[in-house]
Write a protein of this length. Structure first.
Lengths: 536, 180
């Protein structure tokens, strides 16, 4: 793989000379305290970005409100610490209530699409079928969704990665081949990708087709306005309607200022993503007769296994995710014991030092071998079985969300099987040593040593490294009001002018990286809403 | 009383102490730090927090205070950690404040299994044994506390370009922006 040593001459779509930049406003420098529009979109990630373009192209006056900062090409300096602080929720330090699961979620204009690793899968048929059966979701069969997947794949240039997988992904491919396990190439939303490996820190070449360089600029070209560094504190709800959106400007350190802004529009789109969206609904005391807001929030709890090789892996370089295997993901159908998808994560030094879970000589030695280290991940499909209820969102004293995800035996059973599957693939690919990412995980020199010893590992809160990069659910979609809050068009069941256009409407997890599931579903819903509004 | 019961009682007292004192633990009862030079304008770190982190860092990073871990390197680590904490949510910062107050309070930290001496005089071996105690504790509060403290230090350390070579990471490509 060619290592790129310098990047020159990339233009920033939000540079000062660009016309669209004049349509963007830092809330803290706004001289007025009220705004109005036809449609207000709260959040600018996959759902907010996709719908903003559709509404703006239809001639509606769109106001996008984003809590995070506007960071663009020139700001993406590929410094890990800086990226986490600038672009992630809680500086990438968001964790569940008991500290058991770390959550990587974007917090910037463009949301998680700015920092995800570009993997773009259609929603699995089994997931769509389960939603129809269990939640009475209408209009979302595989056949009905296909045109919307196709449309967004075209819009965001999604196709299977044509380049060679980097060494880190090659391990997964070779291990699967040796074991006769099927693997496939991951579709990515990139255009002219430089194969750098820094997708998680903001793309410095504009190759990643995130909302930041696609739908948001297009919406701004079509007359939309973007207000950033503005935290929506509360929806003002009167008589089954959202009559105002109450925001506070944030300062450079993300601290709330006294600058209050009220925005009004006849149509309100909540696209703040899982966790933050349900928290806003709780703060707003939105009608919720069944007490469902924030319940069944799913995370795809993800566990990791490290492997050291004799040859160089350079796990920090190259497209971060290009190979996957679903061999273990649907073995029992939708329900049953927890199952998982295999992929790999990129390993930059800061995050790796955390993932290795330890301190002292052992950690320092492992870190010194980073260039020869590979890691694999197993993404666990939560929310299908009755044993998997996910997290519930509550509010802390200051109104910020608390994510309570109890770790149960059902989850630990899946985790144990996932460690074993990953070790098998890694040894088959020629790993010298394998170590599960566990506080007491040790290096094993062979699969037989792994098998006979790893069962002694205890699995409890904070002993396993469990991460999440996919927040789903909390405002479930479906006609069944006993377990759903929005209808099959994503309109809130109990309010007349509020739609939820983001991943929080998923009634379960997806079972694969969710960005394309959000793009396609929201493209369908926003198109339907725009058509209805134009007919009025 | 067996060890686990004793630890259970200690952790209960610990929990109540944290709840009672919360983040209101007055700085009056906190002793004066030895390193006046470390007092700077940090958004989170207080002088005793700095002593505490600098006592743990040699054990976490296997660095020697008389060697490469010079005062300049120490200051850089502390300011990186301070920036990292500043980017956390308010709730996480509040919890970290409680953790730091507990572990820097001369009257409470023995309950937490920390050395009774000042952190500024704690050896790397003592710091390591404190860390191991928390890492292997049967209480998730301590295990999570261990993970939080170690994460803060290692993340801040390995994200610094000066330390890239310790992991064999060549660093990112150099970016030349076009003239605006």
């Amino acid at each position: 793989m060619q290592i790129v040593s310098e990047i020159r001459g990339i233009n920033d779509p939000f540079s000062n000379k660009q016309r669209i930049t004049q349509k963007t406003f830092d809330a803290n420098q706004l001289s007025i305290d009220s705004l109005s529009a036809d449609v207000i979109i709260i959040g600018t990630g996959a759902g907010g970005g996709t719908s903003a373009e559709i509404f703006a192209q239809a001639g509606l006056k769109v106001l996008m409100i984003e809590e995070g900062p506007l960071k663009s090409t020139r700001d993406f300096n590929l410094n890990e610490g800086q990226a986490y602080a600038d672009l992630y929720q809680e500086g990438a330090g968001r964790v569940t209530k008991d500290g058991g699961i770390g959550i990587l979620q974007g917090r910037c204009v463009g949301g998680t699409t700015v920092v995800n690793w570009t993997s773009s899968f259609r929603t699995p048929n089994a997931t769509l079928e389960y939603w129809q059966k269990t939640f009475q979701v209408k209009g979302c069969s595989a056949a009905e969704m296909t045109p919307w997947f196709e449309k967004m794949e075209k819009r965001l240039n999604i196709s299977p990665w044509l380049g060679q997988p980097n060494e880190n992904n090659t391990v997964l491919k070779q291990g699967c081949d040796k074991l006769n396990i099927p693997w496939k190439v991951i579709p990515r939303n990139v255009k002219g990708c430089w194969n750098l490996g820094y997708c998680g820190m903001g793309c410095p070449t504009n190759a990643k087709q995130s909302m930041l360089v696609t739908t948001i600029p297009d919406a701004l070209e079509h007359g939309a306005t973007l207000l950033y560094s503005a935290r929506v504190e509360r929806l003002v709800i009167e008589d089954k309607k959202v009559t105002g959106v109450e925001c506070f400007a944030l300062d450079k350190n993300n601290k709330k200022t006294a600058n209050k802004i009220i925005a009004k529009a006849p149509y309100i789109i909540l696209a703040a993503g899982g966790i933050n969206g349900p928290a806003l609904m709780l703060r707003s005391k939105a009608p919720d007769p069944q007490n469902l807001i924030g319940k069944r929030t799913f995370l795809h709890p993800t566990v990791f296994s490290f492997a050291q090789f004799e040859h160089e892996i350079s796990p920090f370089f190259g497209a971060p995710q290009s190979i996957y295997s679903d061999h273990f993901q649907w073995v029992n159908g939708a329900k049953g014991p927890l199952s998982y998808k295999l992929e790999v994560p990129p390993l930059h030094p800061g995050i790796t030092s955390i993932m290795l879970m330890g301190h002292g000589n052992g950690l320092i030695e492992d870190m010194s071998k980073l260039n020869n280290t590979h890691a694999m991940l197993a993404l666990l499909r939560d929310g299908f079985d009755t044993e998997s209820e996910g997290a519930s969102i509550t509010l802390s004293d200051d109104g910020s969300p608390i994510v309570d995800y109890p770790l149960n035996e059902y989850l630990f059973d899946g985790i144990k099987r996932a460690y074993l599957s990953m070790a098998e693939v890694q040894f088959a690919a020629g790993a010298k040593r394998v170590r599960p990412a566990h506080q007491h995980g040790q290096w094993f020199e062979s699969l037989s040593a792994f098998k006979s010893n790893f069962s002694q590992l205890e699995h409890q809160v904070s002993s396993n490294l469990i991460g999440s990069a996919h927040v789903m659910g909390g405002l479930a979609m479906g006609e069944n009001k006993n377990n759903c809050l929005v209808d099959s068009d994503c309109k809130y069941h109990y309010l007349d002018n509020l739609w939820v256009f983001d991943g929080s409407v998923f009634p379960t997890s997806i079972g694969t990286n969710p960005q394309l599931s959000i793009y396609a579903l929201i493209c369908k819903q926003a198109t339907k809403l725009v058509t209805a509004l134009n007919e009025k | 009383m067996n060890t686990s019961r004793r630890e259970f009682f200690k952790i209960s007292i610990l929990g109540s102490a944290v709840l009672l004192l919360g983040s209101s633990l007055s700085t009056k009862i906190l002793a004066k730090p030895d390193h006046a030079s470390l007092e700077q304008n940090y958004s989170f770190m207080r002088p005793l927090d700095i002593e505490f982190i600098l006592a743990l860092a040699p054990a976490i990073l296997s660095v020697n205070k008389s060697g490469a871990f010079t005062e300049k390197v120490q200051l850089q680590l502390i300011s990186t950690i301070d920036r990292q904490i500043a980017s956390l949510g308010e709730d996480s910062q509040k919890k970290l404040r409680q953790l730091f107050e507990l572990l820097t309070s001369s009257s409470l930290r023995y309950l937490a299994g920390a050395p009774t001496s000042q952190w500024s005089t704690t050896s790397a071996e003592q710091a390591d044994s404190f860390l191991m105690g928390w890492k292997t504790s049967m209480f998730s509060l301590k295990r999570t506390g261990y993970a939080a403290l170690v994460k803060l230090v290692t993340m801040s350390w390995y994200c610094q370009s000066e330390n890239y070579q310790q992991s064999g990471y060549p660093g990112p490509p150099k970016i030349y922006l076009p003239q605006e």
